[in-house]
Design a protein around this ligand. Structure first.
Ligand code: GLY
Length: 320
């Protein structure tokens, strides 16, 4: 028998049924809903997620509602509507979502649909697939009632034109990949955990490029028994270490959420001679409500909403 099964059965056989019921009620009542998300815009996303959680909604509904705030905000040029386009001037979106039962859905290289996270949820709930990409994802979205719209704002078009004018022959995107993907993890009153991650990806990327955000285990991972993790930053490097999965597995091994995030980043740092020229950050939420957040470099912030507070926290980089 697995340890987990043992714990479950152990609880059932260890006490009289009335006591068990009372205990479960106490646990439920003492649960504190919470949301943690990446970057400054996580504050507004958390606020929306908490509305859902405090009205006894599910963690899944909360994470979707939360990140939709960022997706709809044209001022956030790294997510959804108003996201910076690829090298050809097309806004292409990646998103993923996971529920507490381990179900997952994602979309990648999706164009002209404002809420990729909701399409990802439809993939999860209405198909037996996990991931749809490109035109397939768009046609699926349209057939499920999503409307096609132009997502390229004048501001993002202007930055694209400027980039085109000044671009180097070999675009390695360098250290300036300041794209603020949102990952949001939430726990509801039942103690269940869900997560969502959504982005327009690297600005002016090579057309067709897909980052970590829609890759289950890279940009996002949820295991309701252990906890959840989400990523932001250089997606290619997150994919190479299956970053969010790694963070959750490290928590399973007993690392605190904070140390799990740091250890996962350490794997990437050591692959780059201790001095990578890019940013990655992870956030983590453990089943007991403990949280962690860490980044390679300074500048990363996360938003934490719990105990009637919704605050932004700065994180020191693990290398500077
Ligand atoms: N982390 C988002 C991306 O690399 O696309």
């Amino acid at each position: 028998m697995e340890r987990r099964d043992f714990i479950k059965t152990g609880l059932v056989t260890a006490a009289a049924p009335t006591l068990i019921l009372a205990d479960i009620e106490t646990i439920k009542r003492s649960r504190k809903p919470m949301a943690i998300s990446t970057w400054n815009h996580g504050i507004n996303a958390n606020e929306e997620a908490m509305k859902v959680l405090l009205s006894e909604g599910s963690a899944l509904d909360a994470v979707e509602a939360g990140v939709k705030i960022s997706e709809a905000d044209p001022a956030i040029q790294s997510v959804g509507f108003g996201g910076r386009p690829d090298g050809d001037g097309h806004v292409t979106l990646d998103a993923s979502i996971m529920d507490s039962k381990g179900n997952a859905g994602s979309v990648a290289y999706l164009q002209n649909i404002k809420h990729p996270v909701s399409v990802a949820r439809k993939v999860m709930e209405e198909t037996d697939h996990v991931m749809l990409v490109g035109n397939g994802a768009k046609n699926f979205a349209i057939s499920h009632g999503f409307k096609e719209e132009n997502l390229l704002t004048e501001e993002s078009r202007t930055s694209w034109l400027k980039w085109k004018k000044n671009r180097r022959k070999k675009d390695d995107f360098g250290p300036n990949d300041d794209h603020d993907t949102i990952s949001l993890l939430a726990q509801d009153l039942e103690g269940n955990i869900a997560g969502a991650c959504t982005t327009s990806g690297l600005a002016f990327k090579i057309p067709g490029r897909v980052g970590d955000s829609p890759i289950i285990g890279a940009g996002l991972y949820v295991d309701n028994e252990i906890g959840a993790a989400g990523a932001t930053g250089r997606g290619e490097e997150v994919i190479k270490v299956a970053g969010s999965f790694l963070v959750v597995e490290l928590m399973r091994q007993g690392y605190t959420p904070q140390d799990a995030c740091k250890e996962a980043l350490g794997r990437t740092v050591s692959r780059h001679d201790g001095n990578p020229k890019f940013q990655i950050a992870y956030i983590a939420l453990r089943k007991d409500g403990a949280i962690g957040a860490a980044a390679i470099r300074k500048g990363f912030k996360y938003a934490l909403s719990s105990d009637n507070q919704n605050k932004l926290y700065s994180v020191k980089g693990i290398i500077n």
